[in-house]
Design a binder for this molecule. Structure first.
Ligand code: NAP
Length: 253
C-alpha cells in the first residue's frame, strides 16, 4: 500500500485530457479520487478506468464556477469518499480571440472557470485540509501566463492563478498544506485540437509545427503533467510550496 492509500484527491475537469490523466495517476499512487467535471455522466470513463485497475473513484457533476454546485459537490465527496486532502484545480476552457473581437462573455467565462472556479474549490476543500492538518493544492497555470496572442482572457487567468497559488502557500502553510502550480506548454488534448481547428490546421500538422520549436522536439502528453502533479502532492514534497513548475519541454522566457 502506498503512503496515500487513505487520502482523498479531488481532480476537476477530470472527464478528459490532463484531468483524466491526473486522476488515473493519483489513483495509481494510492489516492481515492473524486473525478469532477461539468456533467457526472462524462466522468464515467475515467471512473471506470480507475476502478478496473483496482482503485476507488467517485463521479461528481459540478460547474466549478458555481458556488452552490461546488459546495454540494465537495459535500458529496466528503460524505462518499472521505475528507478531501488533495485538490487539483484543472477544469478549464478557452475562448480565444484578439482583444478587439473578444466579448465580455468570453472574458467572464474564462476568468470565471479558471480563477473563480479555483477559488471556490480551494475554499470548500481547505476546511477539510486544515482540520486534517495536511493538504496539497495544485493549480493548472499555463505557459500562456507569460502572454499569448489571442488569449488576453486566458493568459490573465493563468497569470492570476500563479498569484493565487503563492498566496494560498503563504496562508495555508502553517496547517501542513502546500500549494503549487504547474504551467504546461503544448499538451496534446481536445483543448489544443480545438485551437488547431479554429485556425484551420489539421491537429497532426499543428503538433508537428509546435514540436519544432520545443527544445525536446515533441509536444507534451497528459501523463507528462500528471507525473509532476504526482510529485507535488506526495508526502515527500511537503517543503515545496508556492512554486510554479513549467512543464513545457524546455525553458520559457
Ligand atoms: P480539456 O481536454 O478541454 O479538458 C478540460 C475539462 O474541464 C473538460 O472535461 C471540461 O468539461 C472541464 N470543464 C470545463 N469547464 C468546466 C466547469 N465549469 N466545471 C467543471 N469542469 C469543467 O483541457 P486540457 O487540455 O486537459 O486542460 C486542462 C487544464 O490544463 C486547463 O486548465 C488548461 O487551461 C490547462 N492547460 C492545458 C494546456 C494544453 O496544452 N492542453 C496547456 C496549458 C494549460 P467539458 O468537456 O464538459 O467542457
Amino acid at each position: 500500500m502506498s503512503e496515500a492509500s487513505e487520502r482523498v484527491a479531488v481532480v476537476t475537469g477530470a472527464a478528459r485530457g490532463i484531468g483524466a490523466g491526473t486522476a488515473k495517476r493519483l489513483a495509481r499512487d494510492g489516492f481515492a479520487v473524486a473525478v469532477l467535471d461539468l456533467k457526472e455522466d462524462d466522468c464515467a470513463a475515467t471512473v471506470e478506468a480507475i476502478t478496473q485497475a483496482g482503485g476507488r473513484a467517485l463521479a461528481v457533476g459540478a460547474d466549478v464556477s458555481d458556488a452552490d454546485q461546488v459546495q454540494a459537490g465537495v459535500d458529496k465527496i466528503a460524505g462518499a469518499l472521505g475528507a478531501p486532502a488533495v485538490l487539483v484545480n484543472n477544469a478549464g476552457v478557452i475562448r480565444d480571440n484578439m482583444l478587439f473581437k473578444m466579448t465580455v462573455d468570453d472574458w467572464d467565462t474564462v476568468l470565471g472557470i479558471h480563477l473563480r472556479g479555483s477559488f471556490l474549490m480551494s475554499k470548500a476543500c481547505q476546511k477539510y485540509m486544515v482540520d486534517g492538518k495536511w493538504g496539497r493544492i495544485v493549480n493548472l497555470s499555463s505557459s500562456s501566463a507569460l502572454g499569448n496572442r489571442g488569449q488576453a482572457n486566458y493568459s490573465s487567468a493563468k497569470a492570476g492563478l500563479q498569484g493565487f497559488t503563492k498566496t494560498l502557500a503563504i496562508e495555508l502553510g502553517q496547517f501542513g498544506i502546500t500549494a503549487n502550480a504547474v504551467a504546461p506548454g503544448f499538451i496534446a488534448t481536445d483543448m489544443t485540437a480545438a485551437t488547431a481547428a479554429r485556425i484551420g490546421m489539421g491537429f497532426e500538422d499543428f503538433q508537428k509545427a509546435a514540436a519544432a520549436s520545443i527544445p525536446v522536439r515533441r509536444v507534451g502528453t497528459p501523463d507528462d503533467v500528471a507525473h509532476v502533479i504526482s510529485f507535488l502532492v506526495s508526502e515527500g514534497a511537503g517543503f515545496v510550496s508556492g512554486q510554479v513548475i513549467y512543464v513545457a519541454g524546455g525553458p520559457l522566457c
